[in-house]
Design a protein around this ligand. Structure first.
Ligand code: FES
Length: 105
């Protein structure tokens, strides 16, 4: 498990997301209602960036075919996606967002 420093909290303004690359993997950091979430920036249905999707009701909607994913659990809550996406714990320290990544997962 590694803890990785990403963006400043002020870099990810409310209702937006920013993509952080770690170990050749894109992770979307999302600010929804002042809370920060980290998810894989790849839809489980096909090749689409979830960072470009709309965020509401603590879910992100895939911009390609509209599947919704729960920001807390990564669960696919609407079709056409059926598989979950990976989520990462987010911590705030000294004004920065840290994510915890289990590299064995
Ligand atoms: S690529 Fe995301 S729902 Fe199809």
């Amino acid at each position: 498990m590694v803890r990785v420093k990403t963006f400043s909290t002020t870099d990810v303004v409310q209702s937006t997301s920013k993509v952080f690359n770690f170990d050749q993997k894109d992770i979307a950091l999302i600010n929804y209602d002042g809370e920060f979430y980290a998810i894989d920036d790849l839809c489980s249905h096909a090749e689409a960036s979830l960072a470009e999707g709309e965020v509401y009701d603590c879910k992100v909607e895939c911009p390609l075919h509209g599947a919704e994913f729960d920001l807390n659990t990564g669960e696919a809550v609407t079709l056409p996606a059926t598989k979950p996406i990976r989520t990462y714990p987010v911590y705030i320290e000294d004004g920065h967002l840290y994510i915890e990544i289990d590299q064995d997962a």
